[in-house]
Ligand binder design. Structure first.
Ligand SMILES: Nc1nc2c(c(=O)[nH]1)N[C@H]1C(S)=C(S)[C@@H](COP(=O)(O)O)O[C@H]1N2
Ligand SMILES: [Mo]
Length: 197
């Protein structure tokens, strides 16, 4: 069966480059700290917080989940943008179907290796073009870019797209993540230049 390709709406803009950004053909590697080398056999994905039942999925349970493809542009807050990225992975809507989220939940904290976190509203997290990516342009993610699983949030600056994801936590109250508590904007819309706070 052919996977559905979701076109992120920002790729349909007449001018695809947000203010203050410049195009790059390369795909830079950016993160705090070192690249973790994750063994999928040891990797788990935990759904916690305001859910009816906490769930821990092993890689063998996560990998066979239904896949989508998403076409998106990357906008890094440091100024580079890379257009036409084709991601393959598991849509956040599939994650939603794995659990019952309690009505008090309004935010998601995404957890990643090395205690990295980033925060999103439920509506940003469940936007139809958000996915847990395992492939980029038809190739498995490399360790530098987040293998085995990274989040991709196409409509926000790329720091929200956590690499080496280990789980998500639903919360009633917002909580700034790693970069958000180090001066980055809490939301990060590149079209509004929500860079720093
Ligand atoms: N776990 C983790 N994910 C992270 C970061 C990080 O420091 N740790 N940095 C973010 C930032 S600032 C950017 S620009 C992108 C870069 O992703 P790339 O290296 O695949 O281009 O990863 C984001 N995801
Ligand atoms: Mo970044």
């Amino acid at each position: 069966m052919e996977e559905e390709v979701i076109i992120s709406p920002d790729t349909q803009r007449e001018n695809r480059l947000p203010p203050g950004q410049r195009l790059t053909e390369k795909w830079p590697v950016l993160h705090y700290g070192f690249v973790p080398h994750i063994d999928p056999a040891q990797w788990t994905f935990t759904i916690s917080g305001l859910v009816r039942e906490r769930r821990v999925l092993a890689y063998e349970e996560f990998a066979p989940l239904p896949r989508v493809k998403v076409l998106s542009d990357i906008h890094c807050v440091t100024g580079w943008s890379r257009l036409n990225n084709l991601w393959g992975g598991v849509s956040t809507s599939v994650i939603k179907s794995l659990t019952t989220i309690l009505p008090e939940a309004k935010f998601v904290i995404v957890h990643a290796a090395g205690n990295f976190t980033t925060n999103l509203t439920l509506s940003d997290f469940f936007a139809p073009d958000v996915l847990f990516a395992m492939e980029h342009d038809g190739q498995p993610l490399t360790p530098e870019h987040g293998y085995p699983v990274r989040l991709v949030v196409p409509r926000l600056y790329f720091w929200k797209s956590a690499k080496w994801v280990t789980g998500i936590e639903f919360r009633a109250k917002d909580m700034p993540g790693f970069w958000e508590s180090r001066g980055y904007h809490n939301h990060g819309d590149p079209w509004k230049e929500e860079r720093y706070s």
